[in-house]
Ligand binder design. Structure first.
Ligand SMILES: Nc1nc2c(c(=O)[nH]1)N[C@@H](CN(C=O)c1ccc(C(=O)N[C@@H](CCC(=O)O)C(=O)O)cc1)CN2
Length: 291
């Protein structure tokens, strides 16, 4: 059984991205720039935004942070996004989620210019993904597929089950697996006999946001298990980060499995950097970058 080391994979990817950034700088004197918008003071979001800024600069890109107060209006956020759309120096825009309840994330996200939408969440990029057209792909699903391919380089013809149907992960992940020629089942809270459905999976992806929901006995012998869940729980008097899969029982049956932490999570930021370089190269007419 292989424990898939997402942290190491993400580090390697980030080195490759830094190389691509160096090439762009030396050949065209351009420094790709990523703007991140944070609204409010959610502690986890603050950490993610800080880590994105550090990773962006480490890759040699420019990081721009905009922090708005929790009571900023929807119109304030939309006008900031419009300003960033119009800024020629900005290649990528990301609005950290979740937004405060009084702000419609759907409206804000769809104000982002699709070519700068490095989260791949606009309707335009979601449509491109479904149609198999070139766009920007959501980071966590992209990272999940990269990890699955790191242990089985040809996914063609395999049965993939995605548990969870969120816009951020479940739906785009299913599309990406379909693009790899998997036979994809999208399962969710209303799926009947969920355990049986999961046991059919050669690639089992859990993205439901429910701690340890997927039990070991749901895993087909030898399956690749991709755990997208990041749940903070109190256990034995400590705060722990655990996935949607019961790791200890699942690893007894899986052929390969991602841990939490250290699995899919680190790939989210690495794929964000990748999307930023790709967006910069496309916007500025530099041709395709291999990352
Ligand atoms: N606009 C977006 N908002 C959010 C996204 C997103 O992709 N775009 N995803 C999540 C949060 N997120 C990035 O924003 C994110 C989550 C987890 C990790 C990560 O590296 N996790 C580590 C553990 C970190 C820890 O100790 O807390 C791991 O799993 O090993 C990076 C980024 C919601 N919002």
């Amino acid at each position: 059984m292989t424990i898939i080391d997402g942290k190491a994979f993400a580090l390697k990817l980030r080195e490759k991205i830094a190389g691509a950034v160096r090439d762009i700088k030396s050949s065209c004197n351009i420094q790709p720039a990523l703007a991140v918008v944070l609204v409010g003071e959610d502690p986890a979001s603050q950490v993610y935004v800080r880590n994105k800024g550090i990773a962006t600069e480490k890759a040699g890109m420019r990081s721009i942070e905009h922090k708005l107060a929790a009571d900023a209006s929807e119109d304030d956020v939309v006008s900031l996004v419009k300003k960033l759309n119009a800024d020629e120096e900005v290649d990528g825009i990301l609005v950290q989620l979740p937004l405060p309840d009084h702000i419609s994330s759907e409206r804000v996200i769809n104000e982002i210019h699709p070519d700068k939408d490095v989260d791949g969440l606009t309707e335009a990029n979601a449509g491109r993904l479904i149609l198999g057209k070139t766009g920007l792909v959501p980071c966590t699903p992209q990272g999940s597929v990269m990890l699955a391919k790191s242990v089985r380089d040809n996914l063609s013809g395999l049965n993939a089950v995605v548990v969870g149907r969120s816009i951020l992960v479940g739906k785009p992940l299913a599309m990406l697996l379909l693009a790899e020629n998997c036979t994809v089942t999208m399962a969710h809270s209303r799926t009947k006999n969920l355990d049986e459905v999961c046991r059919e999976a050669d690639i089992l992806c859990a993205a439901v946001g429910r701690p340890r929901m997927v039990e070991g006995r749901w895993v087909k012998e030898g399956a690749t298990v991709i755990d997208v869940g990041i749940n903070r729980i109190e256990e034995d008097g400590k705060t722990r980060l655990i996935g949607d899969v019961d790791f200890d029982s699942a690893k007894e049956r899986a052929g390969a499995i991602t841990p939490v932490p250290g699995g899919v999570g680190p790939m989210t930021i690495a794929c964000l950097l990748r999307n930023t370089v790709i967006a910069a190269a496309r916007r500025r007419g530099l041709g395709a970058v291999e990352v």
